[in-house]
Design a protein around this ligand. Structure first.
Ligand code: NDP
Length: 285
């Protein structure tokens, strides 16, 4: 039977540490601030934005939410981003993705000051992650690394298989595992005989967005299985990309969905905002 990796517990511990650091900054007269921009009415995005704002409250950070209408123009959105780039109260700017179709995610992200890009999506920050010399953590993959560390799971020398190659999860996850000296294979929709590759994994990270896709026969006995997926079932319940029922008996460690990777992502966002605030404060001195 696998040990359950408790993302809620680790996230709570990490947020306490962040709150403590925020408190120290506030005592020095500096309050970290995050601005979250959401365009349109997507219900899932609205929930994420609410959770980000709540997390700011929890760690004592200042936050502003800009809920813009669906028909916001590119110029209007860029104006807001440019204004926040020079707003001293704001250390981090987050644009909730995906944007409505008439707006380009890439174009907007490119205009966020790299020093306030707490999602680490700007090409400058992506490049730094690639080089292994970065301040801003790629939130979800970094959350996975904190979970592994918390449970004493050493990556060095291990066969690590990442399923999914998105810019947000799969690619940066592969980089972080590589920086931690794992032997990394990245799989995607064109991978031939996926099960043959996933069965080699000592550490398997799955981020594809397909409910219960990875089944017990695709996993090696004793593997560590990290499920990044978040999929809504027809009954409204959240489920991962890993079929928990058949994989859990074979794994040594496994993340549940919900309560695994999910809570860590926003915690890493708070950590990045704290990093940005510390840097901005030091610049003032
Ligand atoms: P994307 O849709 O951007 O990428 C999905 C990736 O999975 C692609 O690389 C795709 O391959 C690959 N893929 C799709 N089908 C298969 C298949 N049959 N076999 C192998 N690979 C496949 O998704 P994201 O990375 O943004 O998200 C993945 C999941 O993680 C989603 O469920 C999302 O909700 C969740 N998520 C969770 C977060 C959290 O905080 N817990 C944060 C971010 C995402 P190809 O490139 O060839 O198309």
């Amino acid at each position: 039977m696998a040990k359950i990796i408790d993302g809620k517990l680790v996230s709570t511990e990490e947020r306490k540490k962040i709150a403590c650091e925020v408190d120290k900054l506030k005592k020095d007269g500096y309050t970290p601030g995050l601005a979250v921009i959401i365009v349109g009415e997507d219900p899932a995005s609205k929930v994420y934005v609410r959770n980000k704002s709540k997390a700011c409250d929890e760690v004592g950070m200042y936050s502003e939410v800009y809920a813009l209408p669906e028909n916001t123009t590119e110029d209007e959105l860029l104006d807001l981003v440019h204004r926040l780039n020079t707003d001293d109260k704001i250390n981090g700017i987050l644009v909730q993705l995906p944007l409505p179709k008439h707006l380009s995610d890439e174009k907007i992200i490119a205009e966020i000051s790299p020093e306030k890009d707490v999602d680490a999506f700007h090409t400058i920050n992506v490049g730094k992650i690639m080089l292994g010399d970065y301040d801003f953590l790629p939130c979800t993959p970094a959350g996975v690394m904190v979970l592994l560390e918390h449970y004493g799971i050493n990556v060095s020398g291990k066969e690590c298989v990442v399923v999914g190659r998105s810019n947000i999860v799969g690619k940066p996850q592969a980089m972080l595992l590589l920086h931690a000296n794992g032997t990394v294979t990245v799989c995607h929709s064109r991978t031939k005989d996926l099960a043959e590759v996933t069965r080699r994994a000592d550490i398997l990270v799955v981020a594809i967005g397909k409910a219960d896709f990875i089944t017990g026969d695709m996993v090696k006995e004793g593997a560590v299985v990290i499920d990044v997926g978040m999929n809504r079932r027809e009954d409204g319940k959240l489920t991962g990309d890993v079929d928990f029922e058949t994989v859990e008996p074979k794994a040594s460690y496994i993340t549940p969905v919900p309560g695994g990777v999910g809570p860590m992502t926003i915690t890493m966002l708070m950590k990045n905002t704290l990093t940005a605030a510390k840097r901005a404060k030091n610049k003032q001195c």
